[in-house]
Design a protein around this ligand. Structure first.
Ligand code: NAP
Ligand code: F7E
Length: 349
């Protein structure tokens, strides 16, 4: 019989790629989505899985809906990807972020504990736990020093995963995911903000790209490869917590320069910084060491930094070109506000 998987947050970047990956492996895939006044299924349409997954309405803040989702899907594996995942917004909505990203995970753990079922649980944990890094590169043993309400909420989830694993023998794994990007990345995040803007500038639709802290460094990988690691972790004999990263780090400025080079434009003509976009507290350097994941499960990153930027710029240029030709297709950018108004609230005091 086909294995069953439940993905919370199936409408997000990773959810769409993971759904495709699991369907290709022969899984029956269920996914939770949030009811909203406007449908938000473009990533599932873009990955051509929309008609192949079973969608269940649920919110991480609502225990009843999560219980319903888990009971209806009766899964062998749960991938907990649902989150308020934007670090910047966690400074504006710290309590909501804690509720969704922290308590939400505990709700799922509690449901598994009460149902007494052999459900394996994957938690999308994060390199943001390292915050002010205590050592470089960061490994499974590096102490955590979170720098945002997002990271604190994810830290609570991380430890509850460990506690429920040790206390109740639940198969609970934390994937300590470093940044991973793709053409399905949300427009809030710096990589996609850059590639979407570069495409619009190239096509004469935008004059400038305004950024915050361009010296921040991140270990950026390619999202479709990271969802493979999620699955691999749940196929182990014993649950554990593993770093998933490329082992390379690059600054936001390097990403900018690489992106503009793909369209033969000089970034200095278009990019400026504005302190309004600098977070009250940022994470300056992340660099992961994925040795344990490589050695225990054979996972390794394949797409390089240069290739990743190229994939994203190409996708955004093609989308805007198709749009200008009048084509209609599932895509997020046209209705996104291309000005700074919505981020001014992050202002550092
Ligand atoms: P994403 O694109 O922002 O997707 C987040 C998903 O969570 C969306 O489906 C979203 O639904 C859903 N969601 C948000 N609030 C919810 C709520 N209250 N109840 C139910 N669902 C809710 O994030 P992603 O990049 O795919 O990341 C997946 C997971 O990995 C997240 O937990 C994130 O924190 C974690 N992570 C990501 C990275 C990365 O670099 N991408 C790195 C480390 C960890 P809507 O579509 O309705 O908004
Ligand atoms: O910021 C700087 C910003 O928002 C990266 C999430 O998936 O990865 C992600 O979190 C860096 C930061 O991602 C802008 O200050 C400069 O230093 O793309 P980001 P993030 O904060 O690293 C982790 C692992 C997660 O777990 C999260 O869910 O870029 N930066 N200028 C900017 N960032 C944004 N968003 N916008 C700017 O204009």
């Amino acid at each position: 019989m086909a294995k069953k998987a439940l993905i919370t947050g199936i409408t997000g970047q990773d959810g769409a790629y993971l759904a495709k990956f699991l369907l290709d492996k022969g899984y029956k895939v269920f996914g939770t989505f949030r009811r909203s006044s406007t449908p938000n299924f473009w990533r599932l349409q873009a990955t051509e899985v929309f008609e192949k997954v079973t969608l269940i309405p649920a919110d991480m803040a609502d225990m009843a809906s999560l219980l319903e989702a888990i009971t209806v899907s009766d899964p062998d594996e749960i991938y907990n990807l649902a989150a308020q995942s934007y670090v910047g917004a966690s400074f504006d909505q710290p309590l909501l972020t804690s509720e969704i990203d922290g308590s939400g995970t505990t709700r799922i753990l509690e449901i598994i504990r009460h149902l007494k079922k052999d459900i394996k649980l994957y938690q999308a944990s994060t390199s943001e736990l390292f915050g002010t890094v205590q050592e470089t590169p960061q490994t499974e043993k590096t102490p955590f020093m979170p720098n945002s309400p997002y990271a604190v909420a994810k830290l609570a989830a991380f430890h509850n995963m460990r506690i429920y694993r040790e206390a109740y023998n639940i198969f609970a794994c934390n994937g300590i995911l470093f940044n991973h990007e793709s053409p399905l990345r949300g427009l809030d995040f710096v990589t996609r903000k850059i590639t979407n803007s570069v495409a619009r500038i190239k096509l004469g639709l935008q004059n400038e790209l305004v950024l915050g802290n361009t010296s921040a460094k991140r270990d950026w990988g390619y999202a479709p490869e990271y969802v493979e690691a999620m699955w691999m972790m749940l196929q182990q004999d014993k649950p554990n917590d593993l770093v998933c990263a490329t082992g390379e780090t690059h600054s936001v400025l390097e990403f900018v320069n690489e992106a503009f080079s793909h369209v033969n434009l000089n970034p200095e003509d278009y990019v400026r910084t504005d302190e309004m976009l600098i977070r009250p507290k940022d994470v300056n350097l992340l660099l992961g060491d994925p040795t344990k994941l490589k050695e225990s499960l054979g996972w390794k990153p394949r797409v390089t930094f240069k290739e990743l930027v190229g994939i994203m710029v190409k996708a955004d240029v093609e989308r805007w070109e198709r749009c200008l030709k009048g084509e209609i297709f599932p895509w997020d950018a046209p209705s996104f506000p291309h000005n700074m108004d919505i981020v001014k609230r992050h202002k550092k005091s």
